[in-house]
Design a protein around this ligand. Structure first.
Ligand SMILES: *Cc1c(COP(=O)(O)O)cnc(C)c1O
Length: 380
């Protein structure tokens, strides 16, 4: 990881790209994808493209033999254009139009996730014979960025859908996602135990167990290693559901650590007389990269570039005219007292869910630019 940060910093020093920007080390992306495969040697790995869809990132993932978890037609086209085979794509989005299903099937996609009778009927019609996993609503511990009840169905509904899928000639599986940035491996053990119960209730032999993504990455607090997650998941499969082939859809854990955002300080000032903290306004905010600061969910680390000396507390905000474009006001943040407009900050660990979340031109601000370094950098 130090090597990776050195490569990124060397690029920034050498090229001085305009800020804000995200620099991704593709060597570390490939290394992380290989580490997931090593921790789960008997699993199919499908990188969740939405975490970071940069072509160079996809190339790095592809070089390790992994495939992709895609959410729609555009992501399918992107993955195929980088050389992925359709058989290595899993269409993980349960919200899709009949035309999306038909187009995916026409391109050769044969693996889907569903969680409703309406979507299942569309799959029966437009994706005959495909492997279809029914996504469960899991009741485990909350993650940092949970899915709530938007996706997944209750166990009884899942059992019915599984039976219907088999009767209609589809190949059955079960899927769940424990929420992104999930620090508790027990969440997967609950999901796997529930999946086993549902399969037994349905009386269906599963071909697939899709345990989603959710593996956490370190920011200010330490998180379990891939090996620790794998040990819990392996034991849960042995205990509850050893039969079906395992599929993982990791996003964050493959790309987060490989990225660093460099940003410029636009203004430092105080505001309310009762609050001594300085407000530090950056050229990056909620709408051009820092979307996961919503509700201060992810607490990134901040590093002032070349500014030393004693630190004091700050509120951190983005550059737009939107009142919600504040990154941290409850999460403690400290920066050098001498920090001034024009200084730079680095935000490491920002390879996932940053550029892909950028708005097109809110307040005329362009989406976060991505630069890649490492072995796959020139492939774009
Ligand atoms: C976003 C998403 C993922 C990736 O989750 P991470 O927490 O980034 O690993 C995997 N599967 C599905 C269905 C998703 O929507």
């Amino acid at each position: 990881m130090t090597e990776s940060l050195n490569r990124i910093r060397a690029f920034l020093a050498d090229r001085e790209p305009p800020t804000p920007c995200l620099v991704v080390d593709t060597d570390l992306v490939a290394e992380r994808a290989a580490a997931v495969a090593a921790a789960f040697p008997d699993a199919l790995i499908r990188y969740a493209v939405k975490a970071n869809p940069a072509p160079e990132v996809l190339d790095a993932v592809l070089s390790t033999g992994a495939g992709f978890d895609v959410a729609g037609t555009a992501e399918i086209a992107l993955c195929l254009s980088r050389g992925a085979r359709a058989a290595e794509l899993a269409y993980g989005n349960t919200i899709k139009k009949p035309a999306d299903i038909a187009s995916a099937y026409a391109r050769g996609v044969r693996e889907f996730t569903t969680d409703s009778a309406g979507d299942l009927a569309n799959l029966v019609e437009h994706a005959p014979g495909s492997l279809v996993s029914v996504r469960l609503l899991t009741g485990g511990p909350d993650s940092v960025t949970p899915f709530g009840t938007k996706f997944g169905c209750e166990p009884a509904v899942a059992a019915t859908l599984l039976r219907q899928a088999v009767e209609a000639g589809l190949r059955p599986g079960i899927a769940f996602h424990v929420g992104s940035q999930q620090p508790d491996p027990a969440a997967w053990e609950i999901g796997i135990a529930t999946a086993a119960k549902v399969a037994a209730e349905a009386g269906v032999g599963l071909e697939r167990l899709n345990i989603g993504g959710g593996f956490a990455t370190e920011h200010r607090e330490s998180v379990p290693s891939l090996t620790e997650y794998a040990a819990v998941i392996h034991a849960a499969r042995e205990a509850h559901l050893p039969g079906p082939e395992l599929l993982l859809e990791p996003g964050r854990v493959i790309v987060a650590d490989a990225g660093l955002i460099r940003t410029e300080v636009v203004l430092v000032t105080t505001r309310a007389a009762a609050d001594e903290r300085r407000w530090v306004y950056l050229d990056v905010g909620r709408y051009n990269g820092m979307a996961e600061c919503e509700n201060e969910a992810v607490a990134y680390r901040l590093e002032a570039v070349g500014v030393k000396g004693p630190e004091g507390p700050v509120v951190l905000a983005g550059p737009t005219c939107d009142g919600d474009d504040v990154l941290y006001q409850r999460t403690p943040c400290a920066l050098p007292m001498s920090l001034k407009a024009g200084d730079r900050l680095d935000i490491p660990g920002t390879g996932a869910y940053t550029a892909s979340y950028s708005s097109v031109a809110f307040n005329g601000i362009e989406p976060l630019r991505t630069y890649c370094v490492g072995r796959f950098a020139d492939a774009g």
